[in-house]
Each structure stands twice: as C-alpha cells, then as structure tokens.
Design a protein around this ligand. Structure first.
Ligand code: URA
Length: 442
C-alpha cells in the first residue's frame, strides 16, 4: 500500500530549494499556509525567497506558489455581468499614467474594468498616488461598493484590500528589503496571485523594458512576460503581455497631479503621442482578449471613437463621482493641486534631444517630493517634472528642457542638475522607434 508522504517542514523546504531541487505542490502550499498563519516566521520566508532567487522554479512550482498565495486570503467573486471582465497590470515605469486613461476608455468600449493598482516605491510612480491627487478620491472600496460601482459605472480604479493575497503583501514587503525582488517566479506569483484573488479572468500585462523599468533588457522582459502568460494560463486565467519601451519617461509629465492632468488630457484627445500609442496598444489587447474586438485595428477604431464622442470622459466623470472625487476635474484639470515653486531647466547647447534617461528623471521627481523611499512615507501630490521636449526634438541653447515643481525652493537646485544630466543633446537627430516592442500571447 502506498503511504502518503508527509509534507516537509519549513527548514526542509528551504534546504531543498537551496539545493536546486523541485518542490511539490503540497510542500509549497504547506509553507505558504504556515507563513500566512504565522508558524513560518519572516526569517524563514526570506531564506526561502533567496533560495528561489538563486535556484529559480519550474512552471509547475510557480503555479503552485501563485495558487497558494491566492488562497492565503479572500477570493473575490465579482458576480455576473453582461460584459466580460478585463484588467491590466504594468510592471512599473516613469511617467506611466496609462491605467488612468485606459480604464475609462476600455469601459466605454463595453468591458467591465475593475483596475486594481499599487503605490509607487523607489523611482517608479504608483497609480493610487496619482489618483489621490484628486481631492476626496477614495481608492479603498469594500467588496460591496466595488460590485455596486461595476454594475453602475462598469469600471473602478482601486487599491488591493488587505484581505486579498495577504501572503503576497507580507512576502513582498520582506523581498523589498532583502534584495529578493528580482526573481521571475516570485514576481510572477506576486502579480498573478493578486489578480486571481480579485476575481479577474482576463488580464493584459504591460511589461516595461529599459532604463526606467524593472527589466532592463528585452530578453529578461520576454522571459518575465512568458512566465506571466504561461503561469496565468495554467492557473486558469486568460493572459497576454505587451512589451513596451521605458528608456525615456512616458509622455511629458512625471509626478502625481501632473500625470493625472496628462492622463485626463488624453481622454479629450489631447495626450502626447507616445502615451496614446501605449494606451491604445494595451487597450487593444484588452478588448481582443475580452472578445470585444477581433483585431487590433478594429479595437483602436473603437477606442478612438470612445474618446471622440466623449463616452470615455463620461465614464471617467462617473468613476470620479462614485469614488468621492470632484468630477469637474475631468474637464477642468486646473482644479487639481499645483506646486508653489517652479524652476526651469534650460539647454546648455543647440542640438537634438537624443536621450532622456527615465531612471534619472524618476529619481529627480522622487527627490522633489513625488515619490517615497520607504513604504510609510507620504508623497507630495503637486511635485514633479514636466518635460518641454521629447526625443528627436531640436533645441536652442537657453531654451527650456523641463519645468520642475516643488513645495520648497531648496528642492529645486539638486533636481535641476539631475534632470539636466538625464538629457543627452547631440548634433544629429536620433532614429525614433515605436514604444511597442511586441505582444506575447502564449
Ligand atoms: N509587482 C508586484 O506586484 N510584485 C512583484 O513582485 C514585482 C512587481
């Protein structure tokens, strides 16, 4: 008679992974259950994370970890809707305000879009911080409020509640301070467990690649995208990924209220070209995966008419009103808070803008007050940078390259030097490429 193997203890799980062996589904579940219950302490969870960073995981192990983290808390049932439910997730970048304009556009095209976002940490901004620059806007909806809003408005812009995938939240906080974030299986399980717990069945990932992103090379971004798409499928979700370039900031604005203004301008057909390109590429994939459009060009036509006929802006107004904010900001962005002090960065020479380093701009914006260095820090909604130029533009010596926004004049000087150093001005016009690298569906 076969006897059922006992599950391994936490030190045995860590040792097995440390030695490069494959863990069983039961062992991974028992470990995460113990971590959630508090019987596996933080130091063992951290040692486990480091073993995974160094040894990796098979797809089956990654699926087991994803499902174990999903099951560490509540799993939402978003209820029956006449339209398909679809969400997006970005791996994070500088000037990435896509979620704010994309959610109402895709909802106006007929999908149910319960977008769950995070806060910024380090040089990358977070959608929740940007939305909170709208006075009164509540990102913490409970389950009942969320379901009601999805029925009435068709979309919501919210944060993860503490009941969803709590094991991920705790493990992520440990990874953040123990150099264990950079692991494809851990990132995959972290992102997908939250989305599965939120009841999402169709998901499009915007995997950012470049200097301002988490994944610096196209190869590593492809590997992450493949892991997310494949693991998502095995875990029962319909997932695809769009790889988009993040060497330079997206759009012209970096900072919370400043980015919200720019995202709202796109809803009126006036956003910067590269922001529109990425928004429509990710949106087209969302409409395709949800079965609302058959082709990219059909999806883009639909999104364009949602902007032109005002229906996307109408969804945004309804969302802002439902979540406690003043809907007039959608048409009158001057109502958003603005900084007391401004400084201009001017060009030292005549030439062409060849590069704008997103990482440097992100750090400069953070230092101006737009970002945080510790999770518990608060952000200044008014701080940030508005670039006056984009790659390929011709500039004259002394002309404006960027305007800096801050609450104290003392913050401006250091940021000026950093923003200036982030821009490379050369003698010839650079070759300009699309922001969209590729779409991965399997
Ligand atoms: N975003 C997440 O949600 N989790 C990670 O591990 C990395 C990025």
């Amino acid at each position: 008679m076969m006897t059922k193997r006992r599950t391994l203890s936490a030190p045995e799980v860590i040792a097995k992974k440390r030695d490069g062996q494959v863990l069983s589904e039961a062992d991974i579940h028992a470990f995460i259950e113990g971590f959630t219950a508090g019987t596996v302490p933080d130091y063992q969870a951290t040692a486990f994370a480091m073993a995974v960073v160094l040894r990796g995981m098979t797809f089956d192990e990654t699926v087991a970890l994803t499902l174990a983290m999903r099951d560490s808390g509540r799993v939402l049932r978003l209820g029956r809707h006449a339209a398909p439910i679809v969400d997006k997730h970005s791996t994070g970048g500088v000037g990435d305000k896509v979620t704010i304009c994309l959610t109402p556009i895709v909802a106006a095209c007929g999908a149910i879009v319960p977008t769950m976002s995070g806060r910024g940490l380090g040089h990358t901004g977070g959608t929740l911080d940007k939305l909170e620059s709208i006075s009164g806007f509540r990102v913490a909806l409970d389950e009942r409020e969320l379901k009601k809003q999805l029925r009435q408005v068709g979309s919501a812009l919210i944060g993860q509640t503490e009941h969803l995938a709590p094991a991920d939240r705790r493990l992520y906080a440990l990874r953040d301070v123990t150099a264990t974030v950079e692991s494809i299986p851990l990132i995959t399980a972290s992102i997908l467990s939250k989305k599965l717990a939120a009841g999402i069945d169709n998901l499009v990932l915007d995997v950012k690649v470049g200097r301002g992103a988490f994944m610096k090379s196209t190869d590593s971004a492809r590997e992450l995208a493949r892991s997310l798409v494949h693991t998502g499928r095995l875990a029962g979700m319909n997932v695809s990924a769009v790889l988009t370039e993040m060497d330079a900031p997206l759009g012209m604005a970096v900072g919370n209220a400043l980015e919200t203004v720019e995202a709202l301008s796109l809803l009126h057909g006036q956003g910067p070209e590269d922001l529109e390109e990425v928004t429509f590429a990710v949106g087209a994939e969302m409409l395709r995966i949800a079965g609302i459009a058959k082709t990219k060009s059909q999806a883009i036509r639909r999104m364009r008419s949602a902007v032109e006929d005002g229906s996307a802006a109408a969804v945004m107004r309804a969302m802002v009103r439902a979540q406690g904010g003043d809907p007039r900001v959608v048409d009158e962005p001057d109502r958003l808070p603005s900084a007391k002090h401004r400084g201009t960065v001017t060009s030292p020479r005549t030439g062409f803008v060849r590069e704008i380093d997103a990482l440097e701009v992100g750090i400069a914006s953070m230092k101006l007050g737009a970002g945080r260095t510790r999770a518990e820090d608060s952000v200044d909604p008014t701080a940030g940078i508005v670039l006056s130029v984009k790659r390929g533009d011709r500039v004259d010596a002394g002309s404006s390259l960027a305007t800096l926004h801050a609450s104290k004049p003392s913050l401006l000087q250091e940021a000026k030097t950093q923003v200036l150093a982030s821009l490379r001005i050369g003698g010839s016009k650079p070759k300009l490429e699309s922001r969209i690298i590729e779409t991965m569906r399997r």
